[in-house]
Design a protein around this ligand. Structure first.
Ligand SMILES: Nc1ncnc2c1ncn2[C@@H]1O[C@H](COP(=O)(O)OP(=O)(O)OP(=O)(O)O)[C@@H](O)[C@H]1O
Length: 407
């Protein structure tokens, strides 16, 4: 099923001038790179806003291949006909003998994992879940119609834009597969006027009849706590990562080594939705082995009365990928599920009042900064004698039975 990444027509990328940009802070460190908030000191435009720059050292064949592929995916997503409101685009890129660096729009709201753990009870209401899952479904649908399986869906990879809408990040584990036979492109309604866009809250995505049915009226106000910027991507809610992605999100077919396709993303969507509902993932064990055993054997447990949301999760978490929701007609099948009834899929981007809106503090950040290359080099050459911080990801280890060893 897997094919080599082809090279579709894409516009030449802007060259990122590392000499003229300064980093303002580190946004996060992943397995392969460091992401900085940066600004262009050479820009004369007063409106120039900060952006995110990911820097990856070409230290191994694997990081080199992954970085190249991530840039390629971002480049494809930046072609006009391929842009999607819930996916990033490539602003500019740079390659030296030592590094890859590329810039994407900055998402000031942090990631969904942090947002979830900031909730008092560590869960979202069903209307908030509906908002986020709907946008994520559209993002995955778009990637699938481009022939790309995302393969790393987890709350840490879902960023919140300044507008409160989501953006998926981190495409280094994605893979080019044969395109689904029935593409379902996301098409915003061209007839929407700006007036209609004004003060549209996310709860308005649901028809009044559906609001009664889903109990939406009883939920808290659509506009709740604004979220603060956080220092890094690490939080108390962080899980331990295995070789790729997170063990708790890996699908049964990947563990079995059966070969996998786009349905792995629908499985991960089921795990993610469960986590948003209950504050924990459904198959987490005490060890990686126990987690994988649970993924293969255990049925998810649902506290409380069954409802449309639990039904959606149950159908996404079907162990057999050929019976899983989404396996026949892709995202269209998921969009038709009762949990989403009344959702105006064509209006998602028009919601001006998403559930959480980041505080706006970019303005005061665009002064000074440090040299990204110098900083990165210092980080790499400083021997870490101290024991690893509990907030840091474990080192990237490739083991024989790793599900994604082929990448
Ligand atoms: N555009 C952005 N805006 C704000 N923060 C970002 C942005 N891109 C990435 N980050 C932050 O940096 C972190 C690491 O980014 P990313 O996941 O792309 O790196 P990675 O090295 O591929 O990580 P992983 O180990 O998950 O593969 C993210 O979790 C996020 O917190």
């Amino acid at each position: 099923m897997e094919t080599l990444p082809s090279s579709p027509p894409s516009s030449p990328p802007e060259i990122l001038e590392l000499d003229s940009i300064k980093a303002l802070k580190i946004l996060g460190k992943g397995a392969t790179g460091t992401v900085f908030l940066a600004h262009d000191v050479a820009s004369t435009s007063s409106s120039s806003s900060p952006f995110a720059v990911k820097l990856v050292h070409k230290s191994s064949a694997s990081s080199l291949r992954r970085a190249r592929w991530e840039i390629e995916v971002l480049r494809r997503l930046s072609v006009d006909s391929n842009q999607n409101p819930f996916l990033p685009r490539l602003l500019a890129s740079f390659e030296s003998p030592e590094y890859f660096a590329w810039a994407v729009p900055y998402c000031s709201g942090g990631d969904l994992n942090v947002l979830l753990h900031r909730q008092n009870d560590g869960v979202f209401s069903s209307s908030v879940i509906r908002f986020y899952v709907a946008e994520i479904v559209c993002a995955l649908e778009h990637l699938h119609t481009m022939g790309i399986a995302y393969r790393d869906l987890k709350p840490e990879n879902i960023l919140i834009q300044q507008s409160g809408h989501v953006t998926l990040t981190d495409f280094d584990l994605s893979r080019s597969l044969k395109k689904p036979t029935r593409p379902q492109f996301y098409q915003p309604d061209p007839e929407l006027s700006t007036d209609r866009k004004k003060s549209r809250s996310f709860s308005l995505l649901i028809s009044p009849a559906e609001k009664n049915k889903t109990g939406l009226k009883k939920t808290r106000s659509a506009r709740v706590n604004p979220i603060n910027r956080r220092k890094t991507s690490f939080s108390s809610g962080e899980r331990s990562n295995s070789f790729v992605g997170t063990d708790e999100y890996v699908s049964p077919e990947v563990i079995r080594g059966d070969g996998h396709d786009f349905a792995v993303d629908w499985w991960a969507l089921g795990v993610l939705t469960y986590e948003m509902m209950y504050g924990e993932t459904p198959f987490k064990g005490k060890s990686k082995k126990e987690t994988f055993c649970n993924v293969l054997m255990k049925e998810p447990e649902f506290a409380g009365k069954p409802n449309d949301l639990t039904d959606l999760i149950r159908r996404l978490l079907v162990k057999d990928p050929n019976r899983r929701l989404g396996c026949h007609r892709g995202a269209a099948e998921i969009k038709e599920h009762a949990f989403f009834s009344g959702v105006r899929w064509d209006l998602l981007t028009e919601v001006l009042r998403p559930p959480f809106i980041p505080l706006r503090d970019d303005g005061k950040l665009t002064v000074g900064g440090f040299d990204i290359r110098e900083h990165f080099e210092k980080l790499r050459t400083t021997p870490s004698s101290a024991p690893p911080s509990p907030l840091q990801s474990p080192p990237h280890v490739c083991r024989k039975n790793d599900p994604f060893i082929d990448f």
